[in-house]
Design a protein around this ligand. Structure first.
Ligand code: CP
Ligand code: NVA
Length: 344
């Protein structure tokens, strides 16, 4: 088995990784998941330190990085928007050069992709993208692992993404699908279609992997034969409150309802990166209900809670895949390769 050495690399977008490297990260995540279940120690980054910068809020990503760091024998330092100088009193370039002197790796969640790129350029250590406006690559690894667990690695999978396909999740799922050889449909009104240049770039990747990429405006046509229906919130972190009215009007026909879910394959699974507005259990959900009279947004509660909803498997897999990214980019490639071979 060929040794795949990712040590020293940053993880900013899946565009930078080959299909083989992505497959290796999934093997590694599966191996690490097995070890975690078997309570087998895997502290292969002992003595290292990670900085976790969050300019936007998080539950899954933050907890995954912190638990992964601990399991790998690392120490982590969490920096929230109010507890650091980043952006306000100190540029990203200067922050990168400071943190690069103290830490072995840096996670960044925040706004433009150029910020995480600048951190990677100037810190001199691996930088991991924990979500930017444009991309959410660690989420996609968790999604690909979940799909692999559900369907095995050889079957051709049709994944339909419903909703705003121009933002981090739509972009990254399309890239992930192109790299992993999936059949991918982004279903949305045309103004929510992905950037044409990115779409063309993904088509180019798809020509080498056998993936098929489509854009569709009709939800009923899109879900025919789907193995996976995926959606995300209609308004993302950092977007202004004022966009809610327009998004609801535009995207309501793209909500994943029980009736739409029932038009896909009988084995179709539901996926969502979370958090999700599927009921009135959140402050935002209640506010939207009072203002617009709708009791759920991108997905109906019955689909979210369906026996074929995979959302909590995805959430768990954030831990194992983020750990794989940290280990692969920091630890001894031989030790990493041995764990990956347990996940094949
Ligand atoms: N899916 C995801 O990134 O969740 P958090 O915002 O909770 O990190
Ligand atoms: N598109 C969402 C994803 C959250 C994980 C956001 O950026 O808020």
């Amino acid at each position: 088995m060929e040794l795949i050495d990712l040590r020293g690399r940053s993880f900013l977008t899946l565009l930078d990784y080959t299909p083989g490297e992505i497959g290796f990260l999934l093997d590694l995540a599966a191996g690490l998941k097995r070890m975690k279940c078997e309570k087998a120690p895997h502290s292969i980054c002992g003595g290292m330190n990670a900085a976790l910068i969050f300019e936007k809020t998080s539950t899954r990503t933050r907890c995954s990085f912190e638990v992964a760091a601990a399991d790998l024998g690392m120490h982590s330092v969490y920096l929230d928007p109010s507890a650091s100088q980043i952006g306000k009193k100190e540029s990203i370039k200067d922050t990168a050069r400071v943190l690069g002197r103290m830490f072995d790796g840096i996670e960044y969640r925040g706004y433009g992709q150029e910020r995480v790129e600048a951190l990677a350029e100037y810190s001199g250590v691996p930088v991991w993208n924990g979500l930017t406006n444009e991309f959410h690559p660690t989420q996609i690894l968790a999604d690909l692992l979940t799909i692999r667990e559900r369907f095995g690695s050889r079957r051709r999978i049709k994944l339909v993404y419903m909703g705003d396909a121009r933002y981090n999740m739509g972009n990254s799922l399309m890239i992930g699908a192109a790299k992993a050889g999936l059949e991918f449909t982004a279903c949305a009104p045309e103004k929510y279609f992905p950037d044409r240049r990115l779409f063309d770039r993904c088509l180019d990747i798809a020509s080498g992997t056998g993936a098929e990429l489509k854009l569709e405006t009709d939800p009923v046509a899109a879900v025919a034969g789907a193995d996976v229906i995926y959606t995300d919130v209609w308004v993302s972190m950092g977007e202004p409150e004022e966009v809610w009215a327009e998004r609801i009007a535009d995207l309501l026909p793209y909500r994943v309802t029980s009736s739409l879910f029932g038009m896909a394959k009988d084995s179709c699974i539901f996926m969502h990166c979370l958090p999700s507005f599927h009921d009135l259990g959140t402050d935002t959900g209640k506010k939207i209900y009072e203002k617009f009279g709708i009791d759920c947004m991108e997905v109906e509660d019955a689909v979210f809670e369906h026996a074929r909803s995979a959302v909590f498997d995805e959430a768990e897999n954030r831990l194992h895949t983020i750990k794989a990214v940290m280990a692969a980019t920091l630890a001894d490639p031989l030790a990493v390769g041995q764990i990956a071979s347990r996940g094949r």
